[in-house]
Design a protein around this ligand. Structure first.
Ligand code: 5CA
Ligand code: ZN
Length: 413
């Protein structure tokens, strides 16, 4: 499907360092050294409601990775999905009495506008679950050939243990897997399954549910097979980073990897798995099902500068869990005003050290909070206590810093 328009991406006069990233699978930091084009797959929204701060936090986090790679001189293929047919979307459409296709299209369009406002670089491949059905069918056939698919009534299931590496991505013990599987859309109790963790890959048609023709009968794809098929088609195997929020570590990313690794024996799905922390609000994880939401679009409609929203997110390290409060947003509105004041001065404190430090912080496991603090030091040096030019030792400082803020942090001031 159509993505959103790309914001301008200025080229920096200096090259950033290679990016090191925490890898969920090996439980340590790994230097990403993409050979040729870097491949990034980030799991997208299920479009039954508007983009909230949790989503925005995840997409801004991996936008920092996209930017850090580009600034290090790498080309990037960013692939991204939209789960535009799935149980929660159908349930919401039913509840509010709208056609599910219309609901998905409306919320996907709002998502595009939110991402464009936040200056998130768009994916080169943006694929809906519905458009991916032919890819899903091919992948299921390959899994059948590998003997990893069985029927329960008219539904098809994937044997997770067919992947010898099952469990390596999440590193979880079985009891925790079972708990998370039940919590996150799985059906461990279903009678007829060989292993409670086996994953639905094709759901046979049910009354009043959408369905598509397939060699396995009419039905629709399961969730994990959708991302596996889209990622495999866009990026092949062994692409650089599979990413999303930490609620996707298990079962989603584990089983995506399982599908691909069984269909392509001896190959790895992704080289690294990267996960962003969860944003909470009012004491709980921000989630559509709980309804404790702060929407990007609602803030934009209230004339909040999207750059202040982005800065609020950047002030938290992407791997930490944190709680959204409006006070943090108001503080960022003030910070942006102060930074703009400094950037309007022309001359300022030396730019080369702050540019180098910010690029280094971002290449060091996307350490945006340190990058933001470093910019603040430069602003403090440039502006005296009275808010007037204090250090004018670099006549071109503000152009260089503004360009770096845009390219590295996605803040166009
Ligand atoms: N469509 C699937 C992925 S294929 C899905 O999880 N959709 S979602 O709309 O529930 O979430 C979209 C993305 O936002 C996922 O990467 C998810 O991990 C992330 N996410 C959801 N809630 C939060 C939250 N409260 N904080 C941070 N990230 C979140
Ligand atoms: Zn996904």
């Amino acid at each position: 499907m159509r993505a959103w328009p790309a914001p301008e991406f200025p080229k920096l006069p200096v090259q950033g360092p290679e990016v090191t990233l925490y890898d969920t699978s090996s439980r340590g930091r790994v230097e990403t050294r993409p050979e040729g084009t870097a491949g990034l797959y980030v799991c997208g929204i299920t479009p039954y409601d508007a983009t909230h701060m949790g989503h925005a936090n995840t997409y801004v986090a991996f936008d920092l990775l996209h930017r850090a790679w580009r600034n290090a001189g790498h080309a990037v293929h960013y692939a991204h999905n939209v789960t535009d047919v799935d149980d929660p979307l159908l349930e919401r459409a039913d509840k509010v009495g709208v056609d599910w296709v219309e609901l998905a299209e409306r919320e996907t369009e709002l998502y595009r506008q939110d991402m464009a406002a936040l200056r998130v670089l768009p994916p080169q491949t943006f694929t809906g679950a519905v458009e991916s059905i032919p890819l899903v069918i091919t992948l299921i056939q390959q899994l059948q050939e590998a003997g990893a698919v069985y029927r329960v009534d008219d539904d098809l299931y994937f044997s997770v243990t067919a992947d010898a590496a099952f469990g390596e991505e999440s590193g979880l013990v079985r009891d925790v897997m079972l708990e998370l599987f039940a919590e996150r859309g799985g059906d461990p109790e279903r009678a007829g399954k060989k292993d409670p963790l086996d994953a639905l890959v094709w759901r046979a048609e049910r009354p009043d549910e959408p369905a598509w023709e397939s060699p396995f009968g009419r039905g629709r794809p399961g969730w994990h097979i959708e991302c596996a098929a889209i990622a495999l088609d866009a990026l092949g195997t062994g692409f650089t980073v599979q990413a999303g929020g930490s609620d996707l570590v298990f079962p989603h990313h584990e089983i995506c990897a399982g599908h691909v690794q069984v269909a392509r024996p001896g190959e790895r799905f992704a080289q690294l798995y990267s996960h962003a922390g969860m944003v909470g609000y009012l004491g709980e994880k921000m989630s559509k099902s709980r309804g404790n939401l702060v929407f990007v679009s609602a803030l934009r409609n209230a004339d909040i500068d999207p750059m202040a929203i982005r800065l609020t997110l950047l002030r938290h390290h992407y791997r930490t869990d944190w709680e959204w409060t409006d006070d943090q947003l108001f503080a960022s509105v003030d910070t942006i005003a102060q930074w703009r004041q400094a950037l309007a001065l022309g001359a300022g404190a030396p730019s080369a050290p702050v540019v180098a430090d910010v690029l280094a912080a971002l290449a060091d496991d996307l350490d945006a909070p340190s990058a933001v603090e470093r910019v603040q030091t430069w602003v403090d040096q440039t502006l005296g206590r009275a808010g007037h030019l204090a250090d004018a030792s670099d006549p071109d400082a503000t152009v260089a810093v503004a360009t770096m803020l845009d390219a590295a942090l996605g803040l166009r001031l």
